[in-house]
Design a protein around this ligand. Sequence first.
Ligand code: NAD
Length: 498
Amino acid sequence: MNEIGHFIDGEKVAGRSGRFSDVFNPATGEVSSRLALASLDELQRAVEAARRAQPAWAATNPQRRARVFARFVQLLNDHMQDLAELMSFEHGKTVDDSKGDIQRGLEVCEFVTGIAHLQKGEFTEGAGPGIDIYSARAPVGIGAGITPFNFPAMIPMWMFAPAIACGNAFILKPSERDPSVPMRLAEMMMEAGLPKGVLQVVNGDKEVVDAMIDHSDIAAISFVGSTPIAAHVYAEAASRGKRAQCFGGAKNHMIVMPDADMDQAANALIGAGYGSAGERCMAISVAVPVGEGTAEALLDKLVPKIESLKVGPYTDAASDFGPLVTRQARERVLGLIGKGIEEGAKLVVDGRAYRLQGYEDGFFVGPCLFDHVTPDMEIYRQEIFGPVLSVVRASDYERALALASDHEYGNGVAIYTRDGDTARDFAARVEVGMVGINVPIPVPLSYYTFGGWKRSAFGDLNQYGPDSIRFWTRTKTVTARWPSGIKEGAVFSMPVMG
Ligand code: NAD
């Protein structure tokens, strides 16, 4: 049995707590590895290594810090295929999808190769008589990141790239479902020239997360995962005076206006609703056709496309999407589908009985489509995080806008229309953090920032982009006045000894 430990002070180390959890191959249902769950002692070792390494790293000039990331980006490109396969093996998503996961993290590493410019401060000459003011962006010291299972490369890189580029040491606690890629990324950062102790991986569960929040040497916490835990981590970190950014769940709507291109809208819903088995925080889980005619036209296009989706293991290149991440995730999704039927929604496409020959123990759920979902239903209120799309029919545009705005989550939203006026009004008024206009998954590029509104995010600074440089640094502002100096009384003749 393969055993996965931690990455502390520049090397892989075995776990010493005696506690483990299983990592699965979701396509077969078999246990692939045993993951060590860290104790407080192991976290303490990582913090001590970080304290030793961080001052020299912060004092390393920014071009040199940037060059580590330039080399790391090259290594990521060189190893794209093997990293993607390793990810798919533990996560279950297709290899192309895993490459997208790596690519979106890689782009943030590219962004921070500009750290020399990004971390510059401000300067005002003559802010008062003889007074100058300048500010500098100093690293916070040691940062910690806690990441979800669904993007095991992208989200760790969204966190550690800006944190480390700014001169911090960083301790990553990846998801216990798919820890192998994060461990590999830490090794690759060392190959790229990062000093030991600057990036470490401590595997574990709630126990080590709570210890991270509590540790007085950890100055900042970045969390991505489900909303109840994001809210908990945010509150606990804030109560200890730490800065925290905590990102939670989502229920992303896609509004389809009567003038939309129905083929484009249906294709967008297929990709954004069922890609990665719906296990994306930017997945579309609610389709909102506006008007009965739009609903009928959309369903006519959608249903045959959903019925022809191919569900299978990542090893089959023809698979459109793979299994869910765990048996528990599968049972939870099946439970919610049952609840939707009980509550009166119409299950138009039923993927519950889906089985694949040779993979009978895999965590597969076939694609499901609910019609006539209403806002009071559990399947509308909760994030399902599975291959289940709900159709909520809206009578008019204002109703559709209100649905997206009133939902407790506000991560992403999309509108499909050919009308610029509608699109512009929607983008301006909708209460959601990331908006797509004829774009189903509007994940901003690395030089913007990523973050939802309402209960999708806690804290005020987003992930990556300029916000991340602010999050991972503290501003120091210096006001300086110099009394009149030697220039007043400078003597230009050769000094002589009396
Ligand atoms: P999760 O909340 O179960 O786990 C996230 C992390 O928290 C993991 O590292 C886990 O070990 C840790 N954790 C779990 N229980 C904990 C506890 N009680 N106390 C402290 N830490 C705990 O989430 P997941 O299932 O891995 O990921 C899916 C969720 O993440 C979905 O809700 C999805 O929408 C969300 N997500 C959000 C974003 C975003 O940017 N908003 C991005 C990706 C995923």
